[in-house]
Design a protein around this ligand. Sequence first.
Ligand SMILES: [Zn+2]
Length: 373
Amino acid sequence: MRRLLWMLPLLLGFAWAAPSWLRWGAHPDEGFTRFVFELPLGTAYETAPGGAVYRVRVGLTAQPETLKLDDAAVERVVLAPAGDGTEVQLYLQPGASAKKPFVLEGPEGHFRLVLDVLHPEGGEAAPPPKPKPPAPIVVLDPGHGGPDPGTVGYVVEKQVTLDLALRVKKILEAKGVEVVLTRDGDYDLAPKGVKDLHERKILDLDKRAEMTNGNRNLFVSIHVNSAERPARGIEVYYLGTTLDDRVLSLAIAENGGGELGVRLTQKAESTAEAALADLIAQGNLQFSARLADVILERLIERTGTTNRGVHSAPFYVLRYARIPAVLVEVGFANHPTEGRLLARADYRQKLAEGIAEGILEVLQNGAFAATNP
Ligand SMILES: [Zn+2]
């Protein structure tokens, strides 16, 4: 659907043959217009921000053209030959500003260079007053709770996840970060009257997943792993699909297990598929993947344990997130060494420090400010 909307400016109104590698679409609700250069892998490009004209040089040829846009961010686009390629000049509207471009994977053999140009606030040419930077808000989600213990081995998952979340919260708050916990005790988030455990689990996961909305910057769900053949190490997930049977089984288990787990996993999978076809959601998944990378790196530094990598999987709790959202599996409850380590407060403190450092690092470089309108 979004794809079609995207193409509308091209289909309507303009008798202009835009090169097939350039398209754009306005997102008035989000306050920006997105330009997408879909380029064959290996195509050279160069971006040159410069006041009123933003230039992108691309190693592809195009018909020289000038196009007037009816757009809040960009007044006209000029395609000019430059060397062996083309210079695309975006003439910004007064008060509009281009963000740092970023690169996404494209369809087979292509990548996408994405440039968002922010609409002017109130249409004034004067620079907008400096907004006070809001305190970042991080949502921590200690997995399971109440009637759902999670996995049980040398430790009980719901206890470890709560203890870790409280430790991470303490570290983050000391650094001025606001923390929202999905739970701060041994309970689940389903309403009291609901007796059926499956029903409770769905309502509980929905409630947690909804806590990624609103004025929040990051979401980190904390879990403990288990495996039939005891393994050890840490892995971090973001929303996506998977072809790995082991990962799929883990998602099903975390999504409630059994028939319920399969059903919720399918739901999360269709959300993930839709996200992969939507440029804005895709951008958020890439931020999530980066958050996952950074948290995993810090966790491995702190603990010295096995790095089991970053993966995508259809975790239900991540499905509504419009902010960078990850799920951390801090270790295996049923591994004879790791399970016992998880029972130790000093080891859990190392885990908490790793998670908190990862979050802080990502918040500090400011890459996510724009994800929180
Ligand atoms: Zn879990």
